[in-house]
Ligand binder design. Structure first.
Ligand code: ZN
Length: 1014
């Protein structure tokens, strides 16, 4: 027996050997997959290969896929443009050079095709490079038509068998995007070399990828930022001993947040990548980042996952991610892992375009040095520790090069591409199934549709919201006649129900469903369409439980677009809505224009941001605001209504085109009080600490056509008479909870060298149309503080939000408001409820009682009627009981031997109000702020139970009911303080007008003010 067994083993061994030998030509592994190995018949570019080896700092920081470069007679290597190999020290190509190389490849190889996919805000080109077999590239359109059918299963009537036929024939598209984050510099060279390998390498492993799929590459996503980063790097190389300036601007508007725009699609880079992804019917969008050692597949995390993604996708994340880790571990490469601390809740990331459009989103973090220097790097313990998801962690300390980074990026991508190709029928079928499940959504999880009523008074914002959906490739329809739907019964709030049940012993009948009629022309967003998922994710509500095991949300937790745009959106589960007579809408046009000839025109104020556009467009027209509501010719007009004179109907009609505003001629000025609405001269102030958060404000103002001077705190410090130039100073949030000292002191300047941010021969791209300085380090300084103080005293208006509000209050630019520290409060980028307090304030024009706003742990304001006093009251209930004594709680106490005296009641005020003063407090108290100088609260946060609209609100009691928007008259001017952030990521159109109203009514902010008696 034993002998026989041995013999059998021997036979098996030789058989295996034979098998291996016979398959050596295609290098198949026992698992049937092709092994990563060179084609021995193809020559290697020895010089290039030698340099790869030289620049790789450890033999295990590479793989058999990238430790050589195949030679080609006619196709140039990246060296042709770089002058060295990809990832060489000291070399960072501009986007233009990267494109030049890609176009050289296109010229030299029938396996490469370059497409222009649009321009950036600063006019730079974005490209996508397709690499595949010549046959696949020739049949690109034909193949795309097949993929399009899988992407929209309605075209094949949801026929699974037809889908299978297409799945068997179609060639998938895997889309890779690099360098959205400008200081993460390695991807462009890695992708240049990757394109070369895919085009040239004849190894079976690479050939299979090339023949089996289309690899699509956008080597630089943030092109404006890339060119700035390369500038900075050049400056660094020519000033090796100096500190180099931090990259304060990336794109024209925002920095790191460019990867948080996939909901609002306000940036060109998002739009261009989205159009390419959706247009090419790609299956994967794989975005490259650099921050974590050495390769972290940052696609799936430990939750909570976004509720709207298909579970099929979350499984795909794990399949591809873990296989990727496994492949690279087997190459002996340390520090490759997936999972990690990412939560995957917000759909704002660029890669999430794929997750929300039935594809597969992926993201790599590799290890970068923020440039092309080779540097010793030391990790923190939590970076090199072994965890259940990182059994093969990075090393505590290494010498790291850009080449190492490129080796990891390319190896990760090649193994991913190969695995994807091996399993492409599965992934293509999944692509179809996810699309099919999007189409069948109304009958499955629902809803059936979202309806935006035709009679929403905010037509302009409604149109903007619909345009966002259209950018997301969502189909919009319009009802051709009125219709009625059944809305589900509203469930009573949980706590309430239990309490009621106890009290009434469940006597009440269960709440009944209601119906709602929508007028003809109402917009319907059908959920039986392939991209219903993104529409649903944007329009639905989000709930992040305070008990969720995830305690550190990665980004915003709530974003409900209808709430933040202040646009009516109804979620309809009644499937009958899909049978309503409707037609597809190609372009959204909000009704605009003048109804008839007149001399005075009235435009209702519904806090549409386009009112500001109109004011700046019609500079010569006289515009007044009505301080009270009024009626004219049987029509009701709101407070803040614009009354226009000195403008012809044609002029006005022209100016109103597409603003979503309608003007009505009225026969005479109304009898209510009015004041002029002027085109204020605006200074927009930024720091040299960070420009990210204010960038969203600039974007909003630019889109609205509201002009401003963009000046830094340094300019403020050098401008003693700010009033001569400006009426309003906007000081939007600095971001990262910048502290007041940092705003005043700037960056450390007691040592080190100046940090210039200006165009020089070495840095031709730095400034663009943004700001410049010889030295970024100085801040506002105390002169700047004095200048701001004088500006306000002389009648100027300073507007601040979140951290700049904290700044203004902590240095005493406004009195009567103080900022408290949160104890347990956690509001992480959520949508919260606010309530109108003072409707007569011009800041509130066009708003009604309830307003949803974006809050991120907003500063907690407290009001005081006494200067310098901190207005903090006890959290929870104030003591309202009588002192200890005789009788019952409601009785009057006595003192033996004299008649009882009733204690006077303490004056009571609401938590958002200025506390009322007692006579005792008023007597000879020079600290008492005169009523006219006290803070005027325009909006407050809702009561605790109504605070959460979407996202996470924990410990909301601390901010509930407190002031959210306050106007503090100071000297002859005003400081307007926001605790919410009214202008954020293109998502908060509903609160823009709080800022715009302040601007337009800058010299009449006291209108309608009622003063306290004492
Ligand atoms: Zn990044």
């Amino acid at each position: 027996m034993i002998r026989t067994k041995e013999a059998r083993t021997q036979i098996l061994r030789s058989l295996t050997l034979l098998l291996l030998l016979s398959l050596a030509g295609t290098a198949a592994l026992a698992d049937g997959e092709t092994a990563p190995a060179r084609d021995p018949k193809q020559p290697v570019d020895d010089a290039y290969t030698a340099k790869i080896k030289k620049y790789t700092t450890q033999p295990f920081f590479t793989s058999p896929l990238v430790d050589y470069l195949p030679a080609s007679k006619n196709v140039p290597t990246p060296e042709a443009v770089l002058g060295d190999v990809a990832g060489a020290p000291g070399i960072l190509p501009y986007a233009e050079d990267v494109y030049k190389y890609m176009r050289l490849l296109e010229k030299a190889s029938p396996r490469v095709k370059v497409f222009s996919i649009g321009k950036t805000e600063e006019g730079r080109e974005m490209i996508a490079v397709a690499v595949s077999s010549p046959e696949n590239l020739k049949n690109l359109e034909e193949n795309r038509a097949k993929l399009a059918k899988l992407a929209d299963p309605r075209t094949i009537k949801l026929d699974d068998q037809e889908a299978d036929r297409l799945v068997a024939q179609a060639v998938p598209v895997y889309y890779i995007t690099g360098t959205i984050h400008s200081p993460e510099t390695g991807a462009p060279t890695a992708l240049m070399e990757l394109a070369y390998r895919l085009a040239v390498d004849e190894s079976p492993y690479i050939r299979e990828i090339r023949d089996g799929m289309i690899t699509l590459i956008t080597p630089v996503v943030e092109v404006d930022g890339r060119d700035r980063m390369v500038d900075i790097y050049h400056w660094h190389l020519s000033h090796p001993k100096d500190f180099y300036p931090p990259l304060i601007y990336w794109g024209k508007y925002v920095a790191h947040d460019n990867n948080r725009d996939a909901m609002g699609v306000t940036l060109k880079l998002t739009e261009n990548v989205l159009n390419t992804y959706v247009g090419q019917k790609a299956q994967v969008l794989h975005d490259l980042h650099e921050s974590v050692p050495y390769l972290y597949d940052n696609t799936a995390g430990d939750g909570p996952f976004n509720a709207w993604v298909d579970p099929i996708l979350t499984d795909e994340w794990e399949m591809i991610g873990w296989r990727n880790v496994s492949d690279m571990t087997k190459f002996g490469m340390p520090g490759v892992f997936t999972h990690g601390v990412f939560d995957t809740w917000s759909p704002g990331y660029l890669m999430f375009i794929a997750a929300m459009h039935n594809g597969i989103s992926r993201l790599y973090e590799t290890f970068g040095n923020g440039g092309a220097d080779t540097l010793p790097r030391t990790l923190d313990a939590d970076e090199y520790s072994r965890t259940w998801y990182r059994q093969n962690p990075p090393l505590p300390t290494v010498l790291w090069s850009q080449r190492d980074n490129n080796n990891y990026e390319e190896t990760g991508l090649l193994t991913s591409l190969h695995y994807f190709n091996e399993n492409k029928r599965l992934f293509l079928k999944n692509f179809y199934l996810k699309a099919k499940r999007s189409v069948t959504k109304p009958g499955a999880e629902g809803p059936a549709a979202y309806v935006l009523p035709a009679d929403d008074p905010r037509a302009s914002s409604q149109a903007e919201l619909l345009r966002v959906l259209q950018k997301q490739a969502v189909e919009i329809s319009r009802a051709t006649s009125a219709f009625t739907v059944t809305l589900p019964a509203k469930k009573p709030a949980k706590g309430k129900k239990d309490k009621d049940a106890k009290d009434t012993k469940e006597k009440d009948a269960p709440p009944a469903p209601t119906t709602r009629e929508f007028p003809a022309g109402s917009y319907i967003v059908r959920m039986d369409q392939p991209y219903s998922r993104i529409a649903d994710a944007l329009l639905d509500y989000q709930y992040w439980s305070p008990d969720d095991p995830q305690k550190t949300p990665y980004d915003d937790t709530g974003w409900t677009f209808g709430e933040l745009f202040r646009v009516q959106v109804t979620r309809v589960t009644d499937p009958k809505v899909l049978d309503v007579a409707m037609e597809r809408v190609k372009e959204i046009h909000a009704p605009s224009g003048v109804s008839a000839e007149g001399t005075i025109y009235a435009i209702n104020n519904n806090a549409e941001p386009t009112l500001a556009t109109l004011r700046y467009k019609l500079r010569d027209a006289s515009i007044e605001a009505a301080e009270e509501p009024f009626e004219s010719a049987g029509k009701k007009f709101t407070r803040g209504t614009f009354l226009l004179k000195n403008v012809s109907r044609a002029q006005l009609n022209d100016a109103l085109s597409d603003l979503g505003l309608q003007a009505t001629p009225i026969s005479a000025m109304p009898s209510v009080k009015t004041h002029p609405v002027r085109a204020a001269r605006i200074a927009f102030v930024h720091t040299w600490l960070s420009t990210q958060t204010e960038g969203w404000w600039r974007l909003a103002l630019d889109n609205l056509g509201v002009p401003y001077d963009y000046i830094s705190t340094q300019v403020v410090s050098k401008t003693p008479d700010l009033n001569a130039k400006y009426d309003v100073i906007l000081f939007p949030p600095v971001g990262f909870a910048a502290n007041p000292t940092a705003i005043i002191n700037g960056l450390p300047s007691a040592w080190g060298n100046p940090l210039p941010w200006k165009n020089t021969p070495e840095t031709p791209n730095l400034v663009g149309k943004n700001d410049s300085t010889d030295d970024m380090r100085p801040g506002l300084g105390w002169e700047g503080v004095a200048n701001l103080q004088s500006f306000i005293a002389k009648g100027g208006v300073l507007l601040t939000a979140t951290d700049t509000s904290r700044f203004a209050l902590s240095i005493g630019l406004a009195d009567g408001v103080s900022v408290g520290n949160a104890q347990k409060m956690k509001i992480v980028g959520s949508v919260v409820g606010t309530r109108l307090v003072d409707a007569a304030s011009p800041i509130a024009y066009g708003y009604d009682e309830k307003l949803s706003a974006y809050c991120d742990n907003g500063p907690i304001f407290s009001l005081s009627s006494v200067s310098g006093a901190r207005g903090f009251r006890r959290l929870g209930k104030e003591s309202q009981t009588r002192p200890t004594g005789r009788g019952t709680a409601d009785d009057t106490d006595f003192t033996v031997g004299r008649p009882a005296t009733e204690a006077p009641e303490e004056p009571k005020s609401e938590i958002w109000e200025n506390p009322l003063l007692t006579d005792e407090q008023l007597r000879n108290n020079f600290r008492v702020i005169p009523p006219a100088n006290r803070a005027r609260v325009i909006f407050r946060y809702a009561d605790s139970k109504d605070l959460l609209i979407s996202g996470l609100v924990e410990g909301g009691d601390e901010i509930a009911q407190r002031a959210a928007v306050v106007d503090v008259p100071t000297g002859n001017g005003h400081v307007v303080l926001f605790s919410i952030n009214p202008v954020y990521r293109g998502e908060t159109r509903g609160t823009y007008s709080l800022v715009l109203n302040t601007i337009l009514n800058f010299d009449n902010l006291n209108a309608g003010r009622k003063l306290a008696e004492k």
